[in-house]
Every structure is written in structure tokens, then in C-alpha cells.
Design a protein around this ligand. Structure first.
Ligand code: SF4
Length: 344
């Protein structure tokens, strides 16, 4: 595991190189999401920097486990890239989403990034994915209060399960995170979608179910999603719960089932908007966009095809080429083939 400083240096070095070659480094997608619809993703970290190292993380093991807030990707860089994506034309969107390769609220520029995204896309909701870990900090709560939708995750309220599944930075305290999320809810005017991800033998206990039931009553989120792994996770040994366990948690928490395996898990956070397919035939580099997108999130060929508005044949041909040159790899999960790339 490298230090946050080393990860930041690497991130800024790549930013400089990519800006020299005019590539989009911090914007990915649009990605089709069952929770947010067609979502343009903003990566606020640029590297695997997070407060957690979750067993199930779909972007791989955390390289820098930290609670240090910094402008990992400065607002000016990210918003310049976002303006250039908008100018190039990115089709109709359901959301612009702050997320990426780690915990986005670690970025001290997140308030400026939310404000800038709203200015560039005034008719599109701005969403923030978060693992909730920093919401005990009033400054972080203020920083993301300008978002339209916040999608926090809370997988377990049992301390031993939390350490086993989320593998947090040693300074993190579960009770403070719980309190921080409630405090954020009390002062937030937007929509709050809670996500709970279950792992077999990880956080699927009766004790957790009862604690989450009480917590949901107190939090009163606009929506709750209970999901399990549907893509390969960061660590061997992380396994999805069986459908019966998922159904029991959903029933107890009053949750509807997602409509497809691909919608069943999307990192952290839930959703409401349905996917729309953007206009096809844009002149961007399909292969480069797919490579950038699957680095942030493993996806099926069909999911990429729907999100980018390109034919399945064209997407599959691009994926085959990327797989041949070692840029992406394929893995089976939940009866589907997912493609993922290497970060950093
Ligand atoms: S799943 Fe989210 S919170 Fe967990 S390690 Fe990955 S990026 Fe961090």
C-alpha cells in the first residue's frame, strides 16, 4: 500500500500527461445505472484512495487507506474536463455523479465541484456517492449539502462485521459514522438514497438486520436498496449472499428488488431514475471511452452498449481488442461476463 502523498503525486503526474495528450482522465461514462439512470461519472481521486478497503470493492484493493482530505483532483482540472466533455456532446443525462476510484468526500474541492457541475449542467441532478465515513465531520456535511442526491452506504452497524467487511482506516469509528449520517440527513434538503451491501458470512447476521431496521426508521431515507455482490470483488473470499437472505433483508427493510443483475450493485449508493439511451453516432473514440469506463466500474458488454448508445457488436469488438492488448480482463459473476480494467 503506498502513502496518500505518493498516490497524489502519481495522480497529478498522470493528470499532467493526460492533459498534454488531451485525454479525459477524470470523467467517465455515461454509465447506465439502475439507481441514477444515465450517469456521467466524475472521479475525484484519480487513484485508489479511500477511507475503506472493502472486501467487495469492484475497483480493486485500496492503494492508499487514508482519512486525509486534500484536493486530490483539483476542481479547476476536473471542471475544465467536464466543460470539454459537455462541449463535445455527451447526450441526454439523468445525473452527474461524484464518485470514482475511492471516497469522493476525501477531496476538499468537492463543494466547488458540485457547484461547477450544476453550473455546467443546470438541468441535470448532481449526485454524490459516499461510504458515509467522513459525515461525522461537519465540514464534509457542509461540502456535499449542495448536491441534489446523496447516496450513502451503510453495510452494517455491528462493529466486528464493519471491520471485517469495510476494513476501515484504524481511526474510523462506526458509532460516529452512524451519528454523522443522521446529522447529515437532518440538515440536507435533497434526496437521500441509502445502500446496504450484504456479503455471505460478512454482515448478513440477524443482529445487523435488527440494527439496520431501527436505523432506517430513524434515518427515514427517500429510498433504501439492499444488494449483494454481482461483480468480482477486490478480495478473494468475498461472496454474495444467497437470494433467500437478500429477500429476507429486503422484506424486513421494505425494499424492492432491482430489475437486473447489473443493477444489483453499483459501488456505494442507490437510485430512482431509469436508464435512457443517448444518441448514437458521435465521433468520439469508443475504445478509449470503454477502457476509461471499465477501469472505474466492471460492466457487461450489454450495459456498456446501452449506456453509450452503441451497437452491441461495436462494443464487443472494442472489448475484444482491449482484452487482446491486456487493457481489460473478463470475469464471470452472477451468470454474466463483466469487463474490468486496471486503475493507476
Ligand atoms: S467499495 Fe467504495 S468505500 Fe469500499 S473500498 Fe471501494 S471505493 Fe472505498
Amino acid at each position: 500500500m503506498s502513502t496518500p502523498g505518493a498516490a497524489l503525486s502519481r495522480c497529478l503526474r498522470r493528470d499532467k500527461e493526460d492533459r498534454a495528450t488531451n485525454a479525459h482522465r477524470f470523467i467517465f461514462g455515461p454509465v447506465r445505472s439502475g439507481r441514477l439512470g444515465l450517469s456521467l461519472g466524475l472521479d475525484l481521486l484519480g487513484a485508489r484512495i479511500c477511507t475503506f478497503d472493502c472486501l467487495y470493492c469492484e475497483v480493486g484493493p485500496t492503494d492508499a487507506l487514508t482519512v486525509a482530505r486534500k484536493p486530490y483532483v483539483p476542481a479547476e482540472h476536473l471542471l475544465a474536463e467536464l466543460a470539454s466533455v459537455k462541449a463535445a456532446g455527451c447526450g441526454p443525462l439523468d445525473a452527474v455523479t461524484l464518485g470514482g476510484l475511492g471516497e469522493p468526500t476525501l477531496n476538499t474541492d468537492c463543494a466547488a465541484i458540485i457547484a461547477g457541475a450544476k453550473e455546467l449542467f443546470p438541468d441535470v441532478p448532481v449526485a454524490v456517492l459516499t461510504n458515509s465515513s467522513l459525515l461525522s465531520d461537519p465540514q464534509v456535511r457542509r461540502d456535499i449539502a449542495g448536491a441534489d442526491i446523496v447516496l450513502p452506504s451503510m453495510d452494517t452497524l455491528v462493529a466486528a462485521e464493519y471491520r471485517r467487511v469495510n476494513r476501515p482506516h484504524p481511526s474510523m469509528d462506526l458509532a460516529a459514522i452512524r451519528r454523522g449520517l443522521l446529522d447529515f440527513r437532518a440538515g440536507f434538503a435533497g434526496r437521500l438514497y441509502l445502500e446496504i451491501l450484504l456479503l455471505a458470512g460478512g454482515n448478513d447476521s440477524e443482529e445487523n438486520l435488527e440494527l439496520l431496521r431501527a436505523f432506517c426508521r430513524e434515518l427515514a431515507p427517500d429510498r433504501v436498496d439492499v444488494v449483494t455482490m454481482s461483480r468480482p470483488g477486490a478480495h478473494l473470499g468475498a461472496a454474495p449472499v444467497v437470494p433467500e437472505v437478500l429477500a429476507r433483508f429486503r422484506q424486513a427493510l421494505g425494499v424492492a428488488a432491482p430489475s437486473s443483475a447489473e443493477d444489483a450493485s453499483e459501488g456505494h449508493g442507490p437510485a430512482a431514475l431509469r436508464a435512457r439511451v443517448p444518441a448514437a453516432g458521435r465521433t468520439d473514440d469508443l475504445t478509449a471511452r470503454i477502457a476509461a469506463s471499465v477501469t472505474r466500474r466492471p460492466q457487461t458488454a450489454k450495459g456498456i452498449s446501452l449506456a453509450l448508445g452503441r451497437t452491441l457488436d461495436a462494443v464487443q469488438a472494442a472489448l475484444d481488442a482491449l482484452e487482446r492488448d491486456g487493457t481489460v480482463r473478463r470475469e464471470s459473476a452472477g451468470g454474466e461476463i463483466f469487463y474490468s480494467g486496471q486503475a493507476g
